[in-house]
Each structure stands twice: as C-alpha cells, then as structure tokens.
Design a protein around this ligand. Structure first.
Ligand code: NOJ
Length: 708
C-alpha cells in the first residue's frame, strides 16, 4: 500500500460529501458513514472492490442505536428491563435489519455512565450504575456482533464515548468533564473495560475533554488505558469532526496540529472531517508522526474488514434477510417495551384495569397517539408507519368500552390552553382517565439538554385541572430522561414510566395497564425530587456527616430569625432532604414480594475465592410476576472511601402467587476490588455489608469478612 492508500483507509467520509465516488475509486476512503440505501452501498462497495487499485472493501457505519426500522425502547428504557436477554435480542434484530441495508458497523452501544438527567444523552445510556451498564453492554454487544462477525446479520459494535462524556458539567452536552482518575477508573471505565474484554470491535472517542485534555487527543485514555493496559487491538474512531474540534477546544491551532495530536494519541480513523486526509502525509514527511504508527492503525482497520468477511463478499443481497419490522421483530419490540416500563405508583391497586371495568375511559394527552414521538431520540431510520400507539392499542384491547380521546395539547411543550376544555369535558364524562404526558423525542438526545426537567409546557396545569375532577387517574409518562414529577405525583393514582418505548410502545403499555402483562421494570437511574439535587445517585459516599431522618430539618421548620445553630449539620438540602423521589432499582409490580432469610455460606471469604449470598423471595400477591432481585454490598472501611452501596448482582426471576425461590449470588472477591489511591485494582480485607432486595434501599442485610 502507498502511504496515500494507507491514509485513505483512515478516513471515514459522510455519504453527502462531494466527490465520494471518485474518492472511493482512488482508494482515499476506508469507511462511509450514514449511507443506508442498499443499492448505493453496493455501488460504493463495487467501486472500492472492483475499481480501486487495491480492492479494499468499505466499512459502512451508521447510528443503529435502539433499532433500525423496528424501534426498541431507548437504551435507558432497555436498561430498565434489567434483562440482558431482552437487550441482546433488540440488538440482534437491529443488526439484522441494518445488515440487510448494507450496514456493517453501528456506533453503539453507548455506555457512558450518567448521573445527570439534565443531559439529553442520558436517554442513550444504560443508566447510572457501572455494574448494570456493563452487564447490559455486553449483552448488547452479543446481539450486534454475535459470535462471529462474518456471519450474515452480525455487525461491528462500537463502545462509545471514551470516556466520561456522561459527566459533562451541569448536564450540558459537550461540556467540560472533570473526573478524578480514581473515580474514572472505579465508575466510568468499568463498562468500557468489560466490553473490550468481551470483544467489541471498535471504540469511539468522546467529544468532551477530560481533566483538561480533549478525549480525542488523550494519550492517557486512548493509548495508555485502552491499548497498553487493556490490550485492545480493535479500531478506534474519532467522533464526528472531533479532530478539528481540538482547535476549538483550544488545544491546537490548526487542523494539521489537531491531526498530529489525535494521531499520536491513538485515533485510527477520522469521522466526517478531513484533518487526516489533508495533513497526515505532510506530518509524516516532517517526522511528526511515524509510518510504523500509520501501519498499526491501518492494521486495526483492515483486521476488522477481514473479520467482517468483507474481502470474501462486500455486497448485500436483501433477499438474504427477513423483511424489516416483521411480526417476529415487532413482537420482540413489544416484549422489550413491556419489560422496560416501570410502575412508580399504584394507589389502591387501581392498576391493572379490567378491559370491561368502565363504560367510558378518557385517554388524554399529546403522547397518546403520536407514532413519531414514542420512538424516542436517535432513530434516523425508524419508520413511524410501523408504530402502534397507546390509543390504538387501548381501543383494540377494550373493544366493549367507549374510549374517548383528547390530545389536550398539540405537543408536550405547547403552552396553549385551547384543548383544555375538550380534555376536561371528556374526563368529566369518563369513569377512568388515562393521561399520556412527558417529553417529545426531540427534547432528549444529543445536544438536547434541559435545565428544568419538569414536564414541559403546561402539562402540570392540565394534570391539576383534571385531578380536580376526582376521577381515578392514571398517568403514563413517555420521556427520554427522569423527569421531576414530585409536584404532580400526589394528584394521580398511578404512574407508569414508559420512557420512549419504541415502535410497539402502544400495545406494550395497553397490555400493562390492563393486566395482560405485569410490570417488572426497575429504574436504572435515580429520580430526583428537584433538579437541584442533581447529581443524585444511589452509590453515593457516606461523607463525614451523613443525613438521615433524625438529622433532617425541613426549611419550613426553621424558626424565623433563627440564631446560628447546629441542628441538622448533615449532608442534605433544607428544601429537598437527602433522598430522591424514587431510588435506583425501584419499580412496583401488581403483586408483592417478600424477602427473607438473607445468608452467606460462610461469614468469611478468603482472597481469590467466592462467597455465596442468598435470600428467599416469595410472591405474596395474586399475580404471576417477574421480580428483579438485587444484591448490593458495602466495603465498610477501606484505604479510600467507598460508596455506601454498590450493585454487585441481579437476577430477574418469575414467581407464581405463593411461590418462593432462593436466589443465590456467587461473588468472587475480584468483584469486590476497586482502584485504590495508587490506581491499583485490588480488594481489601475487612468487613462487608450485603443487602438483597427489590431496590437500592433494601434493608435485608447480612455481613461477611474478607481475609487475605
Ligand atoms: C456524534 C455522536 O456523538 C456519536 O454518538 C455518533 O455516533 C456520531 N455523531 C455519528 O452520528
């Protein structure tokens, strides 16, 4: 290969770029991004394979994030399923549909830990917790890549955004990230390490800076951690134009310098921009980069093309693939949405409703019948023609009930009261009211951050007015993030949090509301009462003055002209307390589960061995249901402070009424390891607490000691 041809492999070019066809023929393109027309992709591959000098096929990249044509719940919703097989199946179907369009590389999974619901991209994440994220990330990887990338229907996955993008200051996208190395290694990196170990084909660098160095130029992240420590030998791509952006960050003063920085930090392929195409040859001549490094990068790229089997066959024959959005795919999407919805409130067991319980049900709200919005963010290829909305599904399920409908608001942000009268009229005439509120898809996702995370527009006003009618009131929320719903939650009887549930969100929600299915989703992220509590997450440190019910003083309980006093003096907000609205791991069912008899097989575990921690779970209600049994541990005293709780295991089990199961977690002491103040990964001897229960506040507790 000539140097020009090698550099060509390192360039990923957007489908709209001028002269794309000539550039492919000339061997100046290694990958095309965003082309989804199979005929055009086959044409591009033909130019690459048959008309370029070396005949090297193309990587064809696309954001296939939570489905291609069949849209699954947003990743944050999928994480609420706490069900790796659901996540894996969604990715497998997404890969199959995308591969049928000629795509061989997706930029997913996005495995940034995020503890800030203001950040629009929290929708794309798998939540706040490293353990939940890494287990689901590996499941998603398995769905995309399968066991052999060369098999039809497998596509290369991409772990993004490396690293710590989810910690963007104030939840503002692309913003500065300052994360101490110890927190980086204990919280933000573990999902990336797990997916690298599991064989992810590619990584993408983050747009953001980390501790003063933009990730795309971070030799520490991209070479020291990723290549040297983790021995990752796959392909590392920049984010969209993140190389020239190094100059906007203020790290470099030209595209040429930016290309040198990114190259020497470790980026193999440049996405969308052309700093590599324009400057690498000159940089090589000037001795600022080495040809050995070029070769290493090209090797990463070519190896992936070999692994994908592109040298044997670069073309896609749609006849080899099942139809998109076929019945089986839609059923998997429905199941995923069922598993993702979280029941947050159900006073007086209002839910499930019986399909013939009421003469009239009023369905109200801007998201009850909006096929586009229920798909959620980042669905370039999602097709709303396949969507079934909640209104359609409720009408189908309750054929003998009169279903009245009012949108009330044209869209979630609307400030027009024009539709209120109609909504109040049908609510007044109904026996039961089901509200569909939340956020439109466009309010979350990249660059779509919010400083106020209440229900947008005047939805809260509408809820107040409908609640005043005194009808049984169910609120279904579709949103790309946790919303602060503290001010309206007392006004409704039941709340089902559906995230953006995707193509089959309608039937999934209807099946849950009417008891065809039983909710089993659990929050993958903490729900704050007020945005001022953010960041709030369950794995917080204890501090020297932890808050508790005994120390909490409410702002309204402080005397007027109060003298300086020491009451309280604990880590809380006077106006919000110290607890969230809903904790991580929380989610109700139509049944109830009793947890008892937590125990370990020994009160001691020695380094390098495994301890068994188990408890009995009994379904004490009347519905067969699934429960996510969760194990949390605390390392009580360590050489660096450790979180008050950390998720270390979970299992989703099905229990019939009256049935008990023993759920056992086998915890190897490696699972108790953390990075210490010298950044060494090790477990430390001492006392551990363990809890098993249905959310992160579980109180069924045992303890054990780890010894050398
Ligand atoms: C920018 C986003 O940050 C990244 O996640 C995405 O994969 C690329 N654009 C390509 O669309």
């Amino acid at each position: 290969m000539t140097v020009t041809e090698k550099i060509g492999q390192m360039c990923q070019v957007n489908r709209d770029s001028g002269n794309l066809l000539q550039a492919v023929k000339a061997g100046r393109v290694g990958s095309v991004v965003n082309e989804v027309d199979v005929d055009k992709i086959n044409h591009l591959q033909r130019l690459a394979v048959e008309e370029s000098r070396l005949g090297i096929p193309l990587l064809t990249g696309r954001d296939v994030i939570h489905g291609f044509k069949t849209i699954f719940p947003i990743p944050l919703g999928q994480a609420a399923s706490w069900n790796p097989s659901v996540v894996s199946e969604g990715a497998r179907i997404a890969a199959l549909e995308a591969a049928g369009a000629g795509i061989n590389w997706t930029f997913a999974p996005m495995i940034d830990i995020s503890r800030d619901p203001r950040w629009g991209r929290i929708a794309e994440t798998l939540g706040e917790d490293p353990y939940l994220c890494k287990t689901l990330a590996v499941a998603m990887l398995d769905g995309f890549q399968g066991d052999d990338l060369a098999k039809p229907g497998a596509i290369a996955a991409c772990a993004k955004h490396f690293a710590a993008y989810g910690a963007s200051e104030s939840g503002r996208d692309y913003n500065t990230v300052s994360v101490p190395e110890i927190e980086l290694r204990n919280v933000y990196l573990p999902p990336f390490k797990a997916i690298a170990d599991a064989g992810v084909a590619t990584f993408m660098s983050s747009f953001s800076e980390l501790n003063g160095i933009p990730a795309t130029a971070s030799e520490f992240l991209l070479t020291q951690v990723l290549r040297t420590e983790w021995q990752f030998n796959g392909l590392l791509v920049s984010d969209w134009e993140s190389i020239p952006q190094l100059s906007i960050h203020g790290l470099t003063s030209s595209d040429k310098e930016a290309a040198a920085e990114a190259f020497n930090a470790g980026i193999d392929m440049e996405m969308a921009s052309s700093a590599y195409a324009g400057h690498l040859e000159t940089l090589l001549r000037e001795g600022k980069i080495s040809e050995a490094d070029i070769d290493a990068k090209v090797r990463h790229i070519l190896r992936l093309k070999f692994q994908l089997g592109l040298f044997e066959n670069a073309y896609t024959d749609t006849a080899d693939f099942p139809a998109v959005a076929n019945a089986q795919h839609l059923d998997a999407a429905r199941h995923a949405a069922v598993q993702s919805c979280v029941l947050l409130k159900n006073d007086n067991r209002l839910l499930p409703l019986a399909p013939d319980q009421a003469n009239t049900i009023a369905v109200i709200g801007p998201l009850a019948d909006d096929a586009q919005e229920q798909m959620g963010t980042w669905v370039f290829d999602g097709d709303s023609q396949y969507c079934q909305t909640p209104l359609q599904a409720i009408r189908k399920l309750c054929a003998n009930t009169s279903i009245t409908f009012s949108k009330a608001l044209d869209y979630s942000r609307s400030k027009s009261r024009d539709g209120f009268d109609d909504a109040l009229r049908i609510a007044h005439a109904a026996d039961i009211v089901i509200l569909f509120m939340g956020e439109e898809a466009i309010l979350s996702g990249e660059a779509h951050c919010r400083a106020n995370i209440d229900l947008p527009g005047i939805q809260q006003e509408l809820i107040h007015e409908i609640a005043a009618l005194g009808k049984p009131l169910v609120l279904v929320i579709m949103a790309g993030r946790p919303l602060t719903i503290g001010s309206i939650i007392d006004q409704v009887d039941a709340v089902l949090y559906a995230w953006h549930p995707g193509t089959m969100g309608g039937p999934a929600i209807a099946d849950l509301l009417f008891g065809v299915e039983v909710p089993s989703g659990k929050l993958p992220v903490t729900f704050p009462k007020l945005v001022g509590q953010v960041p709030i997450y369950y794995a917080q440190k204890n501090t020297g003055k932890p808050a508790g019910p005994d120390t909490y003083v409410h702002i309204d309980d402080i005397a007027v002209n109060a003298p300086q006093t020491s009451f309280g003096m604990s880590s809380m907000h006077l106006d919000a307390g110290f607890a969230p609205l809903f904790p991580f791991g929380f989610g109700l069912s139509y049944t109830e589960f009793a947890y008892e008899n937590i125990r370990t097989n020994s009160n001691q575990v020695t380094m390098g061995s495994t301890i068994q921690i188990q408890a009995e779970i009994t379904n004490i209600g009347t519905f067969t249901a699934e429960e996510v049994v969760q194990l949390y541990i605390r390392d009580v005293v360590a050489s660096v402070t450790r979180p008050t709780r950390e998720l270390k295991g979970y299992k989703k089990v099905t229990l019939e009424p009256g049935q008990s199961k023993t759920v056992r977690f086998d915890i190897h002491t490696d699972e108790l390891a953390f990075h210490n103040r010298n950044m060494e990964l090790s477990a430390e001897p001492g006392l551990f607490h363990a809890w098993i229960g249905s959310d992160s506040t579980a109180d069924l507790k045992t303890e054990f000691t780890l010894s050398d």
